[in-house]
Design a protein around this ligand. Structure first.
Ligand code: EPU
Length: 340
């Protein structure tokens, strides 16, 4: 099995920012057995480890002096029904968007609002992907994880995953070393469209659709995302680079008094979310270019590699954005991707 592990591998094509970094050791695995073999290999057993899916939520700022494992585990199978929901098991290595499309083709709507999100199915629960009114956690039955300590696979239900906004137990306790090898989606048997998000509503109106099918919602979301977000195949990026910051009601009021047009949403529990894209734009940084890194001109929350940027250049721009937003609004922006 040793042949599966390669040395000194460029990670450029394995991260959607398209930045250069080298992995001391690299292996792509297509099954749990292969994963187990790779992790037990004497050359890498005690080294730091990084698990990659589609590489759409990571910024490499230096070489990785350990083992990078790319999860390519395939799989797609109906798994019965539970509590009025269709269960579908999907391998962690499947591409997320292609899976959403396939589900619709199979008459299984429910995740169409999450169309066109880059990355793999296995990466989806790590940051609890969300868009246009839906988060993955709402459409999930369980996550299958490989536990390196025991060498076996177990299943975590939604509660055990401790999902939050762009957050989960896999982010909170990465030291556990659990590796997502599959997810079981739970899709509503009685589907109703989720169209409350203003952008989706407007797009459907523009298309003259009053009773949208799941495919209509999918098409609308694809159109909105294609307009606002750069295609990683063309311009390196990792989607939103920052989370939308959450503040207390009192803090929001203070900010609204000083900046009446600040975009904010009540998220319950006496807390509010601020639109980070608005904050960045208000600092005059939308479209900013620093060397080969930039702030995307159509969505200020997205940082882009304009061609040949290093991770360090992108990180320097991220820090400039954070500093500007802190200075003007006293608000801290937290990066969404993992910075390594
Ligand atoms: N806005 C600006 N200027 C900008 C960008 C946004 O003023 O440059 C304002 C918009 O006008 C709008 C508000 O900010 O009023 C929200 O913008 P948008 O609908 O584009 O969504 P977002 O909050 O910027 C979040 C997610 C996206 C997700 C969309 C739609 C985060 C960090 N990002 O972005 O997720 O697609 O909502 O649900 O929560 C991702 O995580 O990679 C991602 C793309």
């Amino acid at each position: 099995m040793e042949s599966q592990i390669q040395c000194a591998v460029s990670l450029r094509s394995f991260n959607t920012f398209g930045v250069e970094a080298r992995a001391a050791f690299f292996a792509a695995v297509r099954s749990v057995d292969q994963l187990r073999d790779v992790l037990m290999d004497a050359r890498v057993r005690d080294l730091p480890r990084l698990v990659l899916g589609g590489g759409s939520n990571v910024l490499f700022t230096k070489d990785f002096d350990g083992l990078v494992v790319k999860i390519d585990i395939p799989g797609y199978a109906r798994a019965g029904e539970d509590d009025g929901r269709h269960l579908v098991h999907v391998g962690a290595g499947e591409a997320w968007h292609a899976t959403v499309d396939r589900l619709l083709g199979d008459g299984l709507p429910g995740v169409e609002n999450l169309a066109l999100i880059p990355g793999s199915v296995g990466a989806a629960p790590i940051q609890n992907i969300g868009a246009y009114g839906i988060e993955l956690a709402e459409r999930l039955h369980s996550v299958q994880v490989f536990e390196p300590a025991s060498g076996s696979v177990s299943s975590l239900d939604v509660e055990a995953c401790r999902f939050g906004y762009r957050d989960s137990i896999f982010k909170q306790r990465p030291a556990d070393g659990r590796i997502v090898v599959g997810v079981t989606l739970a899709l509503p048997t009685h589907w109703v469209p989720v169209v409350g998000y203003a952008d989706v509503e407007h797009e459907l109106k523009r298309r003259d659709v009053s009773h949208p099918s799941a495919r209509d919602v999918f098409d609308a979301v694809v159109a909105i995302r294609s307009r606002k977000l750069p295609d990683p195949q063309q311009v390196g990026n990792a989607g939103s680079f920052f989370k939308n910051p959450v503040v207390s009601r009192a803090r929001r009021q203070e900010l609204v008094d000083r900046f009446p047009s600040i975009v904010n949403y009540d998220i319950g529990g006496g807390r509010d979310k601020l639109a980070a894209g608005w904050l960045i734009e208000a600092c005059g940084l939308k479209g900013a270019v620093r060397g080969r890194a930039g702030v995307y001109p159509r969505q200020a929350l997205v940082l882009v590699n304009l061609g040949g940027a290093t991770g360090a250049e992108i990180l320097a721009l991220a820090r400039e954005v954070q500093d500007a937003v802190r200075a003007r609004f006293g608000v801290e922006l937290e990066p969404e991707p993992t910075v390594l």
